[in-house]
Design a binder for this molecule. Sequence first.
Ligand SMILES: [Zn+2]
Length: 631
Amino acid sequence: MYAEGVAVMAGRIRDEDIALVRERTAIADVISEVVTLKSAGGGNLKGLCPFHDEKSPSFNVSPARNVFYCFGCGVGGDAIKFLMDAEHLSFVESVERLAARAGIQLRYVEDDRSTPRPRPQQGQRQRLVAAHAAATEFYRAQLTTAGARPAREFLAGRGFDRAAAERYGCGFAPDGWDLLTKHLRQQGFTHDELVTGGLSRPARSGSLIDRFRRRLMWPIRDITGDVIGFGARKLFDDDDGPKYLNTPETPIYKKSHVLYGIDQAKREIAKQGKVVVVEGYTDVMACHLADVPTAVATCGTAFGGDHISVLRRVLFDSDERAGEIIFTFDGDAAGQKAALRAFEDDQRFVGRTFIAVSPDNMDPCELRLAKGDLAVRDLVARREPLVDFALRHVISRFDLDTVDGRVEAMRRAAPLVAKIKDREKRPEYVRKLAGDLGMEIEPVQRAVLAAAHGPQAGSAPAAPARSRPASPAVDSPRSMVEREALKLALQEPVLAGPMFDAVEATDYQHPVHVAVRAAVAAAGGASGATGGAVWIERVRDACDDLAGQALIGELAVEPLRIDGEPDPRYVSITMARLQWSSVTGRIRDLKSKIQRINPVSNKDEYFALFGELLSLEQHARALREQAAGGL
Ligand SMILES: [Zn+2]
């Protein structure tokens, strides 16, 4: 199915190079850039699925087989497929990205065999990323020029020295209409690429001009570290643009997903199970430099659902390991409003959400400048549960000296208490709210109950609806052994192939298992296969049953039920158990049939069936011995 996608492209990548990319790519490394993975036993890894929303990890990665599979939504494949799905890349772009990562120089079919050279027309994403890398270098070099003095002063004035500026790749967009545009055009980037990437824009005259001019520049990187856009701060009074200007939406820059600093912070976020959300580029820098390495910020947009999804995967925010999310806000009205909105987002995290409001309306950057690194760490340490903050804020808007004020405050605060995820904490908050309002507990309790059952109750965290692929129950021993046999064929065809192929499809009972067994045969049988993602793809392609296709991906990564490496003995035992189940089933049917036959009037049939029964029982005994471990 990949081959087709490649064939339609001009400049097809050579098959052996694609194979080399597969071989040299460790899928776990590629996926870890986006999803925090933990051991799932059997050498496999698991994390929160990037393709569907979930609270417990069903996304599995098998480093040994170099494949991934999600038990929740059924998406699976190799590293190339992962990038295609996760980053919306084409097949060629995925291979190119992985090749660059592995240091492999790709050759294309149309190229002269003797002179490998880069393909003239790379995928769009790679071209735009290359243009951004070149622009980053250009702006960075400009920061040391005379014209960039205000930019250097700005950084110094915020407490950032040269090393800090370099660490974050800060730069300067020079005065001039088209300096960057010309520079990039000289490097071979096209008019369209510069416009599509948001680096240049057409002027009224029709010629191309730089999007950013006379501004301090922050390169914005995606989670893997590629620069995909810029944040640009105004420096001059006669610049009538907004204080901050960002890259517009482009094929590689989606502001609803982008988190500034995530490339540097992700490792610590995963390690600490904690993330600090701040408001600006300078705040991220200040936090990291003050040894709060888990800080990230949104870029020119409010914190929203897509940001939450990105963070939850890095945090491994799940039922088994809830994360901690700390929002920092200035104490001003806008910050409080943002904090209340964060209360809605809170429902989407499994973990606990906190608010850290800085004293004297200072943001982390100002705080570090005024009071030092320790004050920034202290700000984060003095965080308060979001619900406490929200309740206090809601109540503060009412005059509690009047009955009307108290009742209204209770009415507004009750829904917040009703939404507290940890139900066991609600009574405690009911008591606290009653105390704060100066009311009896009972009416407050009633108000909270009413709010919990009101129309808003639906937003309480319900069990996530998981769409599992149709997969046979694994509770019966027979189903389990059928599964195990199929896993051996998919995961260990070299070892298990001959024994697996020798057992007929009729020995399988569950229809989906029969379909998978048939697909293995249709793919040429397990005996000749060498395994890996290619083999699994081939079986999947050969399977015309949808549930079967989903099951193949699942079985390709599900750990075998054996500690350590499977050996011929294990294969033999598994296949014997499978046949034994089938044979004993036939024995049972046969006995029932024999009982219903009159041995006198149907003597011939009776003896024929009886003979069959004897040989089946003999076979069953042999299989039972084999299943017990004798070869
Ligand atoms: Zn999934």
